[in-house]
Design a protein around this ligand. Structure first.
Ligand SMILES: NC(=O)c1ccc[n+]([C@@H]2O[C@H](COP(=O)([O-])OP(=O)(O)OC[C@H]3O[C@@H](n4cnc5c(N)ncnc54)[C@H](OP(=O)(O)O)[C@@H]3O)[C@@H](O)[C@H]2O)c1
Length: 267
């Protein structure tokens, strides 16, 4: 990542993980564009970071579930030539049994976790490709590989983020554009509150701080680790899963005929 008078855009920068990314990117010399809905919270984050790092910090309020606001942020990403990093962090959980979560809450989750992340990524790509440089960090969740009965929409949305990111990595393999998926476990933020739970469904010892998470993910990025499970000690578990997936992919490509176990007529 080159950072000479370059901007990093952080969505969901008004709290938690986005706030921590903003601070760490400014400490690395980036100027910032911070996006979220709550202007007062963005102003607090911007003020603190400016004092601490002396970097330029721009605030753009936007509701990423709103089509017009999303178009406005896409236009900003498309038009500016000085953006080097996009951190797609804004997200929420809409947790609970699917029959009990409001349909509108699920749609909102899809708009932010999937649609906004996809459109914003799409918006930076032409400029990144023209300049043959750029970094996209997509915040997924460990839940992407842990389907759960209390967060079907959330798990599905983060599995999308993982697959979207992996496919982009392949697509951009011959460029200098780097795309990382970060899959945190529980992190101490406003997330569970914002996702409709009164208490987090994990014991305290499973949580890390937002700063620990971001430091770990940025260290992984520096090491070229483009799928980062921040607390996974035995990294070969991910490699094993990947190898199994590759074996399945190969097997899926071997025939266009129905598998023999389906050949018996049903009743
Ligand atoms: N905390 C965890 O345990 C955990 C674990 C794995 C993954 N994650 C992921 O980490 C990311 C950040 O979450 P967090 O833990 O830092 O939670 P958080 O403190 O609740 O932060 C969520 C951020 O998203 C923004 N946001 C939500 N709805 C938005 C909208 N409609 N338009 C624009 N911005 C919106 C919020 O800003 P405004 O409310 O000001 O708009 C806020 O800045 C999410 O993608 C989440 O899925 C979190």
């Amino acid at each position: 990542m080159s950072n000479l008078h370059r901007f990093a855009v952080v969505t969901g920068a008004s709290s938690g993980i986005g706030d921590a990314y903003a601070e760490r990117m400014a400490e690395r010399g980036y100027d910032l564009i911070l996006v979220a809905r709550r202007r007062d919270r963005l102003e607090d984050v911007a003020k603190r970071i400016k004092i601490k790092t002396n970097r330029a910090v721009e605030i753009v309020t936007a509701d990423l579930s709103d089509a017009n606001d999303l178009l406005r942020i896409e236009a900003l990403l498309t038009e500016r030539e000085d953006i080097d990093v996009l951190i797609n962090n804004a997200g929420l959980g809409a947790l609970g049994p699917t029959s009990k979560v409001a349909a509108d809450a699920l749609e909102n989750l899809i708009r932010i976790n999937i649609l906004a992340l996809t459109r914003l990524t799409r918006a930076v790509l032409p400029g990144f490709l023209r300049r043959n440089t750029g970094t996209i960090i997509n915040i997924a969740s460990m839940i992407a590989v842990m389907p759960t009965p209390s967060g079907a929409g959330y798990s599905g949305s983060k599995a999308y983020v993982l697959n979207f990111t992996r496919s982009l990595q392949m697509e951009l393999a011959k460029t200098n554009i780097v795309v990382q998926a970060v899959l945190p476990g529980p992190v101490r933020t406003e997330f569970f509150e914002a996702s409709g739970l009164t208490a987090a469904p994990f014991p305290n010892e499973l949580f890390m701080s937002a700063e620990q998470l971001v430091d770990t993910a940025l260290q992984a990025l520096a090491q070229g680790e483009l799928v980062c499970f921040p607390s996974l000690e035995n990294a070969s578990l991910w490699t094993d899963l990947e190898n199994a997936r590759i074996a399945l992919s190969r097997a899926l490509m071997q025939s266009g005929s129905p598998a023999t176990r389906y050949s018996e007529k049903a009743l």
